[in-house]
Design a protein around this ligand. Structure first.
Ligand code: NAI
Length: 269
């Protein structure tokens, strides 16, 4: 059921790779709620052509951009304002990639060139997006900017490797830029810390299936899925959450504050 929560709002959505992507679900939901937006992803990620289906379904245009390139971001923001006919109300940063994780490098044997790539793609790109938007005065007053993160930024979990460092930086960037953008333009900036979700990025982590089940059993409400995450994103883009900023918002069914559950304990008794 739609509530017109984003009626008249214009946005940019990063990171819809295929129909499992969290950004894909956010785009569908935002469209349902009345938003207009531009879809973007790294040029290399578009070779599969999946994103064209989403664009057709949501009546939106695609502007490719490597989120680590200021030049690409500059072009994206300029074109988005042209396409949408004005300034932007919301941005979703749904981007994550670690070459070390992808290539199964252990944490004790990291490739540091790749580590820098992980940080650039998964964290610094968030800062770059906001800096470009600020310089081009692209955001409307009371706009909302979100990035997706994971609990491994704050608690150590096996196999999340250098992505944990990237997520910690991402959450810090939301606080720093949130302060700046709040003072400048009443724009809010937050991260949503999502449950493990079966997507291309998620499944890249070793032992993901078992971990997803563990997280589900450790969460009183169970894991939050991608559609539920999309609902939360829409709420955060809507005018109902105007004074929420500089927060890392847990969207994990209670996982992050649960010490033990009967379900998990039963495995040991
Ligand atoms: P996904 O693999 O569908 O999305 C990741 C996206 O990042 C892809 O669309 C990819 O093309 C894009 N990307 C990679 N390098 C890029 C670059 N240089 N420029 C622009 N885009 C680039 O996976 P998912 O799970 O939807 O990931 C979205 C976000 O959610 C990521 O930040 C991820 O870390 C986060 N997240 C995912 C969880 C999961 O278990 N799947 C849990 C918590 C957070």
């Amino acid at each position: 059921m739609a509530y017109n929560l984003l009626k008249g709002k214009k946005g940019i959505i990063f990171g819809a790779l295929d129909e499992n992507s969290i950004a894909w679900k956010v785009a569908l939901k935002a469209h349902e709620e009345g938003a207009q937006f531009v879809l973007t992803n790294a040029p290399i990620a578009m070779r599969m052509g999946e994103i064209n289906k989403l664009a057709a379904q949501t009546n939106s245009q695609i502007v490719p951009a490597d989120a680590t390139s200021i030049e690409d971001l500059d072009n994206l923001v300029t074109k988005s304002m042209e396409i949408l006919g004005g300034k932007i109300d919301f941005i979703l940063h749904s981007i994550g990639m670690s070459p070390n994780v992808r290539k199964d490098k252990s944490y004790g044997d990291l490739n540091y060139e790749w580590f820098l790539k992980t940080l650039d793609i998964s964290a610094l790109s968030f800062n770059k997006v906001m800096q470009v938007a600020e310089k081009k005065d692209a955001m409307n007053e009371w706009g909302s900017i979100l990035a997706l993160t994971y609990i491994a930024a704050q608690r150590t979990l096996p196999d999340y490797s250098d992505m944990a460092k990237a997520k910690a930086a991402l959450e810090s960037i939301a606080r720093s830029y949130g302060y700046r953008y709040g003072k400048l333009k009443n724009v809010r900036v937050n991260t949503i810390s999502q449950s493990p979700t079966a997507t291309t990025a998620g499944k890249g982590i070793a032992g993901f299936g078992g971990f997803m089940e563990f997280a589900d059993k450790m969460s009183p409400l169970g894991n939050a899925n991608a559609e539920e995450c999309a609902n939360y994103c829409v709420a955060m883009f809507s005018d109902l959450t105007k004074k929420v900023t500089m927060q890392n918002l847990m969207h994990d069914g209670g996982f992050s504050t649960t010490g033990m559950t009967e379900d998990v304990l039963a495995k040991f008794n």
